[in-house]
Structure formats: C-alpha cells, structure tokens
Design a protein around this ligand. Structure first.
Ligand SMILES: NC(=O)c1ccc[n+]([C@@H]2O[C@H](COP(=O)([O-])OP(=O)(O)OC[C@H]3O[C@@H](n4cnc5c(N)ncnc54)[C@H](O)[C@@H]3O)[C@@H](O)[C@H]2O)c1
Ligand SMILES: CC(C)C1=CC=C(C(=O)O)[C@@H](O)[C@H]1O
Length: 254
C-alpha cells in the first residue's frame, strides 16, 4: 500500500522513532518536518542504508501560521494526498502559575501549532486518512508547575474528539496518544532540570525516577511508534476519537 506520511517533530524522540518505523517500507513517502533541520538531516543521512522509503526533510516552525500556510501551498503543488498525519512536535516548559509568556509559548506550539498543521493538511487528506496527535498523560492529569503544558495537552484531546466526529463520515480517523516517561531528549531534559534543582547527578535522578515507576523503566520511543503504526493501519479503521495511553501504568498508580 503506497502512502504519504507527514510527521512533525521528526528530528528527535517519538517523531524520529515514528519516521524510522515508516521509513522501512519502500512504498511509503515521508514528509518530515522539524525546527531542528540539521539534526533531522543528520539522522536521515546516517540512516541511508536502512531507509527504504522516499524521504523529504523540511525546516518548519509549526507555530508560525503564515509560514505553515506557505509550506502547505507549495506541498499541494507537489503531491495529491497526505494519507497519514502524525503531530509529534511539542515543547515542555515548566512555569510559575502566573507566567503569561510561557503560557503563550507552549500553547502556540503544542495546541495552535498542532491545529495549524492539521487544518492545513486536511485539504490534502483523502477519505480513510489518519490523524494521530501526540498528547500526554498530562492531557488527562495535572502536574505542578505545568499549567500551560497540561492545558495544551488537554486541548489536544478535546480537539481530537471533536475533529474525529467531523471527519467520521469520510472514514478519516483522528486519535490521540497519551504517553508518559518516554526516553527521549525531552524527558532527559526534564530530568536534567530536576537533577540540578535537587543537587543530584543525572544518573541518581534517573535511578530515583525509575524506582517510582510501576514497570521500573522508561518506555522506548519505538513502543510509541508501534502504537502509531497500529492507528495508521487499515485494521484500525474503526478506532477514532480515542485517547490511547502508553505510560507503563503510572497514570493509574498511587
Ligand atoms: N517524552 C515523553 O515522556 C513525552 C510524554 C508525553 C508526551 N510527549 C509528547 O510527545 C511529543 C514528542 O515528544 P518527545 O519526547 O519526542 O520530544 P523531543 O523534545 O525529544 O522532540 C520534539 C521534537 O519537536 C521539535 N519541535 C519543537 N517545537 C517545534 C516547532 N515549533 N516546530 C517544529 N518542530 C518543533 C523539536 O525540534 C524536536 O525535534 C511532544 O508533543 C511531547 O509533548 C512526550
Ligand atoms: C514526569 C512524568 C510524569 C512525565 C509526564 C508527562 C510527560 C510529558 O512530556 O507529557 C513527560 O515528559 C514526563 O515528564
């Protein structure tokens, strides 16, 4: 089955693992977007031997609406369809409760950016298309010093549910994945901040964190990519408006 798959945030972490997964199929065409184009290109160059799909890399800031409009206008002249959209680009900044600057920054990227890409991509999406949004366990729960991040991820869940109903008559599915504790640069960055605050080494903070997790381990990005693969498959054609949690049980633990 020949498909075009557009992935945001493809340079690192979960987005990269999703790209790697789809890249193993020679029938796929991948459109990879990230703000960190050098890192995205470095990874693609490094994996040339393993990559079977046709891969294109593009610099993009998903929060910049005029730039994204221009990008999709050009893309529309180069291809007919985007069959699968994976919205993985996101940022995670801690904030003081009254921090307005951080609020705008996080909402701009995580919520507005995800909506911009989705709405622009819709013009290129055929019936039976797939939209997969990276929310978070914090799209369901709260966390101290994370007002903006939690609001953005709850927003993605709401957007997913409503859009799924709009697009259901066209058999386009829209689902959210709610990860936590995935071993990516984002998580390592958070742990580094916590280590600095606590005066611990990165190894100590990682060991302490894993002790509190039901599975005593971080989840690998490839495990999230497998969930994306399922949601993008024909077999998942009846799964829509859902929030699929991949958190090793931490969200329901005491
Ligand atoms: N790692 C986790 O534990 C975890 C948990 C829950 C949810 N998530 C969510 O999963 C998604 C991926 O997270 P990750 O851990 O892989 O993060 P990451 O920081 O490792 O990778 C995110 C990628 O998005 C890109 N990006 C950021 N802002 C962008 C923008 N404005 N435009 C284009 N690209 C941009 C970054 O350059 C980076 O390559 C995020 O939406 C994140 O909120 C991650
Ligand atoms: C710290 C842990 C609870 C956690 C939850 C959610 C994340 C997210 O990015 O949404 C992770 O980064 C992770 O910190």
């Amino acid at each position: 089955m020949s498909r075009t798959i557009l992935i945001t945030g493809a340079a690192k972490g979960i987005g990269r693992a999703v790209a790697e997964d789809f890249a193993s199929d020679a029938e796929n065409r991948l459109i990879l977007l990230d703000m960190d184009l050098p890192e995205l290109q470095r990874w693609v160059d490094e994996r040339q031997e393993q990559i079977k799909a046709r891969v294109e890399t593009h610099w993009a800031n998903i929060a910049d609406l005029p730039a994204m409009e221009a990008f999709f206008k050009t893309l529309g002249t180069q291809l007919d369809y985007v069959d699968v959209l994976v919205n993985s680009a996101g940022i995670c900044n801690e904030n003081e409760p009254e921090d307005l600057k951080n609020w705008h920054q996080v909402i701009s990227v995580n919520l507005n950016g995800t909506f911009y890409v989705t709405s622009l991509c819709l013009a290129l999406m055929p019936d039976r298309g797939r939209i997969i949004n990276m929310s978070s366990i914090l799209g369901r729960a709260g966390k101290v010093r994370n007002t903006a991040y939690c609001a953005s991820k709850h927003g993605i869940v709401g957007m997913t549910k409503a859009l799924a109903l709009d697009l259901a008559p066209r058999q386009i599915t829209v689902n959210a994945i709610l990860p936590a504790w995935i071993d990516t640069p984002m998580l390592q960055g958070e742990l580094a901040t916590q280590a600095a605050i606590a005066g611990l080494t990165q190894e100590q903070i990682v060991r302490n964190a894993k002790k509190k997790l039901p599975m005593r381990r971080f989840i690998q990005s490839e495990e999230v990519a497998a969930m994306v693969r399922y949601l993008a498959s024909p077999e998942a054609g009846g799964v829509t408006a859902q929030s699929l949690v991949i958190d090793g049980g931490v969200g329901l633990g005491m």
